[in-house]
Design a protein around this ligand. Structure first.
Ligand SMILES: NC(=O)c1ccc[n+]([C@@H]2O[C@H](COP(=O)([O-])OP(=O)(O)OC[C@H]3O[C@@H](n4cnc5c(N)ncnc54)[C@H](O)[C@@H]3O)[C@@H](O)[C@H]2O)c1
Length: 349
């Protein structure tokens, strides 16, 4: 493994990747407006270089990256002009778990061995998995391809990669980091929900019920209203939120509808019901508007730099503090404030 640049490969050239690519260009100088942590583990965003990208959508495969990130059905905002580069979208792997939004679309696929070879050829250090929700078999295949190529793996999807004990042990044996599962946005519904619940608990309010109902646009929202994916994703979000309250209460969190013209925006509606002095009622109704891709940007830049640091110092396998800080379903559930404090103490300079 060399020093900088940190060579990163990405599976899935969707809206998150679009904003990440734009963010890397935006933060390639010294203007850090909007950047949460300019220096993580001694690295700046300019130390990250995109070395390879994979997709299976024929509208993106074969395109140069600066074009592919704006190809349909991507709807993430165009923040700046991205100069033409040399990275072309390579065909990825698919294990028959094609996302609902790709039904009827011509696909371009390759083998897991071909993905490994491409990762080796470009000298990738880390593979970031940003494929569609519900692609569980394909996500596992990307993890195996990374392992064969000697790359660390960061799973941003809700597929349960770290819960696969064999895979986790294989990464440990190969001395590579395995980070995930399911990215937690910087200021998205999950952390907002956790934060308000935590505040109620800290102020002695007995929480009895809460919900978080999301509506949004973009292909990810379209996929997550598919019944099977919706239930799996709801389960993960709900579990993540419940870990913030030290007793049982009723809660539901998940996507409820797709609104085409919302683009990459999302509105999360929250309701909290609790009681206090002599059983007096306390309730909160509030909503949060955010932009999915942009909400992922800061956390992605942080976990990439921290994971690379782990590779350099030989801290391998499932790295607890990175998973707890940046993901909804880490191996060990953690209160989000504690998780942040640990991450910041170790990596933020
Ligand atoms: N803030 C966030 O946006 C956020 C937060 C948490 C988790 N995530 C997760 O990140 C992932 C990406 O989100 P997004 O909004 O960019 O989704 P998206 O739908 O915009 O993009 C997904 C991309 O993956 C591609 N794809 C599907 N199957 C593939 C395969 N087998 N190989 C290669 N490419 C494949 C699709 O063609 C598409 O380009 C999702 O799993 C989502 O749950 C995102």
């Amino acid at each position: 493994m060399r020093g900088v640049p940190i060579k990163v490969a990405i599976a899935g050239v969707g809206n998150c990747t679009s904003v990440l690519v734009q963010g890397l260009k935006f933060y390639s100088g010294t203007d850090y407006k909007g950047l949460w942590h300019p220096n993580v583990a001694g690295f700046r965003p300019k130390d990250i270089q995109l070395a390879a990208v994979f997709d299976i959508d024929s509208r993106k495969v074969g395109l140069e990256l600066s074009k592919a990130i704006f190809a349909p059905p991507n709807v993430a905002r165009r923040y700046l002009v991205i100069p033409k580069g040399k990275v072309m979208v390579h065909p990825g792997v698919s294990r028959g778990d094609v996302a609902p939004h790709l039904s009827g679309v011509k696909l371009e696929r390759s083998s897991s061995e071909d993905v490994s070879k491409h990762l080796e050829d470009v000298g990738a250090d880390l593979l970031v998995n940003l494929v569609s929700s519900g692609s569980d078999g394909s996500s596992e295949e990307y993890a195996r391809a990374a392992l064969r190529a000697g790359c660390g793996f960061i799973n941003c999807t809700p597929s349960l990669i770290l819960k696969n004990n064999k895979l986790a042990a294989d990464f440990q044996r190969a001395k590579l980091p395995l980070i995930g599962d399911d990215l937690m946005s910087q200021f998205g519904g999950t952390v907002f929900h956790k934060g308000l619940l935590g505040l109620m608990v800290k102020r002695g309010v007995k929480v009895s019920k809460s919900y978080q109902l999301d509506v949004g646009g973009g292909s990810e929202t379209l996929n997550t209203i598919d019944e099977g994916i919706k239930l799996a994703k709801r389960e993960m979000k709900t579990t993540a939120i419940a870990s913030e309250v030290p007793y049982k209460f009723e809660t539901i969190a998940g996507t409820t509808d797709f609104v085409d013209y919302m683009g990459n925006e999302r509105t999360s509606y929250f309701w909290f019901d609790g009681s206090s002095f002599m059983g007096s009622g306390i309730s909160v109704d509030v909503y949060l508007r955010s932009s999915d891709g942009a909400n992922a940007g800061n956390v992605l830049l942080d976990v990439i730099r921290a994971a690379y640091r782990c590779m350099k110092i030989g801290r391998l396998g499932t790295v607890g503090e990175i998973c707890a800080y940046g993901f909804k379903s880490p191996p060990k559930p953690a209160h989000f404030e504690e998780a942040y404090t640990k991450f910041a103490a170790l990596y933020v300079r």
